[in-house]
Write a new protein. Sequence first.
Length: 463
Amino acid sequence: MTNPDLTPRQWHGLWRSVGYNRILEIDRDGYALYTATMGHATLSEQGSAREFARAFDRLEINQQGRLSLFQAHDLTRYEFERRSSWEPDFPIYRAPYNDPLLNLAAFCEVFAENYAFFDLRQVDWPAQCDAARTRVGPSPSSAMLLEAFEDMITPLADLHVYVTAPARRIRSMQIARGPRDALRAVFDLPTPQLSARSTTERIAAQLRATLLGDFASTLDRYRRAGNDVVSWGTLRPGVGYLSLLRMFGFAATEAARTADDLPHRLSDVGPFMDADMRAFDRILDDAMADLAEHKALVVDARLNAGGFDRAGILLCERLIDRPYTVYRKKARWQQGFTEPQSLTLTPSQGPRFVKPVVLLTSSFTQSAGEVFALAMSALPSVTILGEPTQGILSDNLFHRLPAGWEVSLSNEVYETPDGRCFEAVGVPPHTRLPTLGAGDLLSDMRAGLRIAAERASERARGL
């Protein structure tokens, strides 16, 4: 029997999102979520009332009559405007529809309506679409269409832009900034994907002997936790160390232990994030207690592959004694953007470290790792050393084409409270260290950690 409390009657109906290309249909039995442009809608997922409750939380009808909600346990508020019904003759695809020219038109639409950085990345999207239509001709194959998509997105040079088709995944940017081949060689990585579980395992297993090698005589009470994503200990007398390799996969569950990426289905994301953030909060309780005796802390996010923004925020809230507004974000909508949402940190109720902190970043630091760096940059106790981060702060916006292929793109602009955006260029450090080189990457990274430890000691002495 359906529980009416899970989908109250006032939420029933058809809702179109403000930005974020979503249409949400709710009734007593559950929900259907569509990705939609002004020209088409494609069924993305559907589920029961219980799955709806796992996918979304903090729902309300606000003063503007909009449905306001969050993806369960997450940070971003989404608003939906009520629609009385589907528009007559509006194309709705509930099963794969493989017409290549129709899918090309849909692909052009979703980027034109949602991608936030055409000007920044100097791409003329209408010209890209015109060229693609000419290239594929009147009757292209699916393979030709995928090749055309690859040509269209390559100039964006954005790691968050890709298309997943049954045959293969194509990416806008094949080679990320930073000496990836050297990184693979140092840690014998089986894949260039920094967020992959195998990458985390290899780096975590070798971290003490490689990056921390210069501190072998002083490294003490070194611990790993959260499926080896987090490690911490005494770097040298008075200076603690905390490494964070990605922003997900902390929980003692099979899903977290084996995850290479975040789930995409929202009713799966909610429980996954809940378990992860609870686990990470407990880990931070232990880490902050162990590190409390130190006068300064080095946080190493140079190899952070991203994940949940909320993980970085939880760590930030362990480092403050009063609220701080650290960034704001907005999403492409119509001819402009949604109203910005500000993120304000509040001090954690658990153990905290309210002393000088040095954060290490690099060009390997990406996605949610960069949002963490952006938030940290607003804290007066934090000094950032290293390189600018990768430059892909926007969340992935996923869109399902009529053919069923999944598109990922960047639709959000993260900004400092005074309006600076670091998309494409990366969050800058306060002090730039020499660029990590392909020649001797490990030596460069060890040198950076030595400098960070010395800077932490200086800050602890008030210098």
